[in-house]
Ligand binder design. Structure first.
Ligand SMILES: [Zn+2]
Ligand SMILES: [Zn+2]
Length: 367
């Protein structure tokens, strides 16, 4: 099978690897769509603290496909089933895992970081990931591309859950990349009174407008704080979401808020440092500052259902489709700051809503 293998930071090559054999408690998925995440780009450039130097790894953690083989001990899954796989597998024993926060487990394993991920033709799902609920059957009618996008969508869902966005809220989304776009869709779904989105470049704002943003602000042309005041009678925003990894955006966020406003630091800053907060503003304006990262399997399941019920359409967020061999082009597109999500295809149509005719070469069963 073909796989895009990261050998060291900056070096990914598409190689022929043996198809994985499936163990007694494992599930083998033929990947049909896998989208490129900012995290993939960061690992490609800088590596990851959970990935030892010299360890080869297949990246990709936003993934959907067909079950093509199951081990003898596996129940609930069968070949031909359309599935998606969530990235973070909690240890199952810590306090966070026991409360259902597999995304906050300190001792996690993850596809595309500690285990090979979705940028390969066949994804082996180890038994512990099957047992901890990381494999989801797709609802009818949802395409593989949309199913892959449910992962980042669910992370945004988890951010808006922390903010309890509702119909009375004026919501500011800073950043109109794919993450900002997901937040627009969720703000619409929550019935937010007004959605204000900001970005440096225009084309992404145009898509945000098509998805339902009410006010689109090019920060090259206007000061975001001025626009927010204009649209709130000087009050400020009820909700602010930082959807871009930019210290300046984080630094401005508190000042955009109305009294009793709520903020979600959605995008992390990684190595870009940290931003001081004026705690007097938090105190005297009664602000709520939140941060979220990833999503629980519970939130993921709810999002898959929302998409399956056609409450939300994720397909406009597929920016460009690339065959696996063109992974470098896909990474370059994802890093360009233009367009939407880069989607990897595997010889088939990522917008298919029915399982493929099976693997082109049958993977070996049993081990
Ligand atoms: Zn991701
Ligand atoms: Zn844990």
């Amino acid at each position: 099978m073909k796989a895009a293998v990261l050998h060291e930071p900056g070096s990914v090559s598409v190689e022929e690897l043996p198809e994985p054999a499936v163990g007694a408690d494992e599930v083998l998925v033929q990947v049909r769509a896998a989208s490129v995440c900012g995290t993939d780009l960061r690992i490609f450039k800088h590596g990851h603290f959970k990935l030892p130097a010299g360890q080869a790894r297949v990246l990709g953690h936003e993934v959907a496909g067909d079950v093509v083989a199951v081990g003898g001990q596996v129940t609930g899954f069968h070949p031909g089933m359309r599935v998606s796989v969530t990235p973070n597998v909690g240890c199952g024993r810590c306090d966070m895992c026991r409360h259902g926060f597999n995304n906050m487990c300190a001792d996690y394993e993850a596809f595309g970081i500690t285990m090979d991920g979705g940028f390969q033709e066949f994804l082996r799902v180890p038994g512990f990931a099957v047992q901890r609920g990381n494999v989801f059957e797709l609802p009818e009618g949802i395409s593989y591309a949309e199913a892959a996008l449910v992962e980042p969508f669910s992370c945004c869902y988890s951010g808006q859950q922390a903010l309890r966005v509702g119909p009375e809220d004026v919501v500011v989304i800073a950043g109109a990349g794919p993450i900002g776009a997901f937040h627009v869709l969720l703000g619409k779904l929550a019935g937010a009174r007004k959605l204000i989105i900001s970005n440096r470049s225009r084309p992404r704002l145009d898509l945000a407008a098509r998805l339902g943003a009410d006010v689109c602000v090019s920060v090259r042309e206007r000061d975001l704080a001025d626009v927010v005041r204009e649209h709130t009678d000087g009050r400020g925003a009820d909700v602010v979401i930082t959807a871009v990894s930019d210290p300046q955006v984080q630094a401005q966020a508190v000042d955009l808020l109305a009294t009793h406003g709520r903020l979600n630091y959605f995008a992390g800053l990684g190595t870009a440092g940290s931003v001081p907060v004026d705690t007097n503003k938090v105190h005297y304006k009664g602000l709520t500052l939140t941060g979220t990262t990833g999503s629980t399997n519970g939130d993921y399941g709810r999002c898959l259902q929302l998409v399956g019920d056609r409450r939300v359409d994720l397909s406009p967020l597929v920016g460009q489709v690339f065959e696996l061999e063109k992974i470098h082009d896909a990474f370059a597109y994802a890093a360009s700051g233009a367009g939407m999500k880069a989607m990897i295809a595997f010889g088939g149509d990522v917008f298919d809503t029915a399982p493929g005719t099976g693997p082109r070469t049958a993977p070996p069963e049993g081990r």
